[in-house]
Design a protein around this ligand. Structure first.
Ligand code: ZN
Length: 255
């Protein structure tokens, strides 16, 4: 089975559209949260992703933008965007966001001998934790109950892997920052990993292209993807909505 894994769409309809067009066929869509906040199309993104997603875990922005938690831990830019998003979201979308489960969630598989995997927004141990380096990855890799956990939150595509005494960071290697590219990671027997598909709608790994991943459970491999999208249009929407200018500028910089 093939699962499309998306994270951190952040109200960016243009990026989401490009990703869905590039993803091809898949059997399940696993959504790691932060669908809203920052971008100017929160309702449109939810209209597209809600019926497609097989499983969704909530992100911190989803939680704040529907009023479940306060904006206290947000910087002024994120806070302004959350306030705008909350006013913009339909009552029905607000209600849907409030009901989202916290990770980790375990998808049900079609056959019993397939590997168990889990989905979380930040970490399988704490939904708000950023796993940015091996030090952050150590405890979740040791304590998680599945061989693979898909996580988002950092907006950095890649992840961390451990097999016996070998620990290493996973970073896709692409030839350029243009066009569509993919990078395949074969998951070796006995390997435990945290896989971050990257951010669909606001990448922060110095590559402006929308990020996503496809997991093939039979081949036991993850294919990381980057695809160009209409970034000028996404920026124009942010400016038209009078959201902070930084939110438009950073999309082109990929940070
Ligand atoms: Zn996010």
């Amino acid at each position: 089975m093939r699962a499309l894994i998306l994270s951190d769409i952040h109200g960016n309809l243009e990026a989401l559209t490009a990703v869905l067009n590039a993803a091809g066929q898949w059997d399940a869509l696993w959504n790691l949260g932060d669908m809203v906040g920052y971008g100017a199309s929160p309702n449109q993104v939810l209209q597209v992703v809600r019926p497609l997603a097989t499983l969704t875990v909530r992100g911190n922005h989803d939680r704040v933008c529907c009023g479940l938690t306060s904006t206290r831990n947000f910087n002024p830019t994120a806070r302004a965007a959350a306030k705008w998003t909350m006013e913009e979201l339909s009552a029905e979308n607000l209600e849907w966001l409030r009901a989202l489960p916290q990770g980790p969630l375990e998808p049900e598989w079609k056959t019993p001998n397939e590997a168990r995997v889990a989905l979380a927004h930040g970490s399988p141990l704490n939904e708000d934790q950023y796993i940015q380096n091996m030090r952050d990855a150590w405890a979740p890799l040791r304590q998680m109950t599945t061989a693979i956990t898909f996580v988002g939150h950092t907006h950095i595509q890649g992840g961390f892997a451990q097999k016996e005494h070998d620990w290493h960071e996973l970073r896709p290697r692409y030839a350029s920052r243009a066009g569509s590219e993919m990078w395949t990671l074969a998951i070796a027997p006995g390997m435990r990993c945290l896989i971050n598909p990257g951010a669909v709608g606001q990448p922060r790994d110095f590559d402006w292209r929308a990020a996503f991943a496809l997991y093939d459970s039979e081949a036991n491999e993850v294919v990381y993807h980057r695809v160009p999208y209409d970034v000028a249009r996404a920026q124009a929407r942010i400016r038209k909505a009078k959201l902070p200018e930084r939110l438009a500028a950073r999309l082109r910089e990929g940070r």
